[in-house]
Design a protein. Structure first.
Length: 165
């Protein structure tokens, strides 16, 4: 995964995504694939949120869908990693295969990732949120964001969910 200096002062990214669950994963992939320098911060040891760490086996009907659902099916089906759950073409996947796929997708997109990190206080300029402080074993790290960021799911910091675009 892309290396980023930790604890050496305010790092700046085009897009900072806090939370690597389904919504955060999709946001980070979209931003990174569009050319934005992106960092995904996740509190757990793997990406996927409820799909992986939460052990809620995901069920996908990607037959008539685009986006991440279709991408997951297209990546895992040829390797034999999907199991037909219902006759309406709803599939389920093992969380370990999903976690490996999510790692690969993030690396291939060029997105940076920082695991085992908690989102803390927002960085403010006047009344505008311009980043967050991230807490990890490396200490507190201020992360600034040039264009926009999203905090989703379990990474919602004290004060609520921020969306700035």
């Amino acid at each position: 995964m892309a290396a980023h200096r930790i604890g050496t002062g305010p790092e700046c990214y085009d897009v900072l995504v806090c939370g690597g669950g389904p919504a955060g994963l999709g946001a980070a992939l979209a931003a990174s694939r569009s050319g934005a320098q992106t960092l995904l911060v996740e509190q757990h040891a793997m990406l996927g949120g409820l799909w992986t760490v939460g052990l809620l086996t995901p069920f996908f009907d990607a037959t008539n869908k685009r986006g991440l659902s279709r991408e997951i099916q297209n990546a895992l089906a040829p390797a034999g990693y999907e199991k037909l759950f219902r006759e309406d073409l709803t599939y389920m996947y093992h969380v370990g295969h999903l976690a490996r796929l999510f790692d690969r997708l993030i690396v291939e997109s060029g997105c940076g990732v920082q695991l085992h990190s908690l989102v803390g206080a927002p960085l403010m300029e006047g009344r505008q949120v311009v980043g967050v402080t991230v807490h990890s074993k490396s200490g507190d790290q201020p992360l600034r964001d040039a264009r926009g960021f999203s905090v989703s799911g379990g990474q919602a910091a004290p004060g609520g969910v921020w969306r700035h675009y």
